[in-house]
Write a protein of this length. Structure first.
Length: 272
């Protein structure tokens, strides 16, 4: 497929977005790139808008062009604000994860239902003044997550998000597994929180690329191992996400947006 064309003077809308790796560019039909400015600085990249199964969809490479931004340096606030400004109301977020427990294995696709934050340098909210407290007991949209269906898709499990860019020590990995957590990742937080603050439905779609350092003896996780496994499953992920986008539930009335009813939100939610 050809490289996305650039048409900055036109700002169409898309009600669904995929945040993922650069391999997803070929996921869109007839993509056009759009530059979006935000109050929080520049997003990771221009945003490509095209069609998937006849539906307008946006794609944002989480790490930027050529993987320019490591997980702790991604401008998550700009990324989610930019998508909301284009009309996005539902976000599917494929990501690479390590497995912490033997119920998952490399190559598995898991839609988690819980999240644990173990990051420590990231700005995780748009709230800078006032009393705006976000309900987040269930961090992922249940309706959106349920729409991600396939014979090779497992639902449920907890994803712990670490600061990165280093992988976990063996002791850290064993500690996470002992808590009953299933997956470990570096980008899922604050992405999910910010999506909720922007009143968007959000679901992680996790691809297990390796078993983390504490699961078994060995050399631990390597970057080459992670990249190679993800590349080998990218076509299946695109197929899965395309089918999901073609049959998404209507976001109207979802609690992911309704939480702001009666709340004096002290930051801008574009498009509202």
């Amino acid at each position: 497929m050809s490289t996305p064309s650039v048409e900055p003077s036109v700002q169409p809308t898309a009600d669904v977005a995929v945040i993922g790796g650069t391999g997803f560019y070929s996921f869109l039909d007839d993509p056009v790139e759009h530059t979006v400015s935000t109050p929080y600085g520049d997003p990771s990249s221009s945003i490509a808008i095209g069609t998937v199964n006849g539906r307008s969809a946006a794609f944002l490479p989480r790490h930027g062009q050529h993987h320019a931004y490591p997980p702790h340096a991604i401008n998550y606030r700009a990324n989610l604000w930019a998508l909301r400004s284009l009309g996005v109301r539902q976000v599917l977020a494929p990501c690479a994860v390590g497995g912490l427990r033997t119920e998952v294995a490399p190559g598995d696709i898991v839609v988690p239902d819980q999240l644990v934050d173990r990051t420590f340098t990231r700005t995780q909210s748009y709230v800078e003044t006032g009393a705006v407290h976000l309900p987040f007991a269930d961090p992922y949209c249940a309706r959106l997550s349920a729409a991600v269906q396939g014979d090779d898709v497992a639902h449920g499990g907890t994803m712990v998000v670490i600061e990165g860019p280093r992988f976990s020590t063996r002791a850290e990995s064993q500690h996470y597994a002992a808590q009953g957590w299933t997956l470990v990742n570096m980008t899922g937080h604050p992405e999910a929180v910010l999506a909720r603050e922007m009143t968007m439905c959000y679901s992680a779609v996790a691809l297990v690329t390796d078993m983390d350092a504490g699961v078994e003896e060995g050399s631990g996780v390597s970057q080459d191992e992670v990249f190679a496994l993800f590349a080998s499953r990218i076509e299946r992920l695109k197929e899965l996400l395309g089918a999901t986008i073609g049959d998404l539930p209507d976001p109207d009335g979802c609690s992911c947006a309704a939480w702001t009813d009666g709340v004096d939100v002290t930051y801008e939610i574009p498009g509202r």
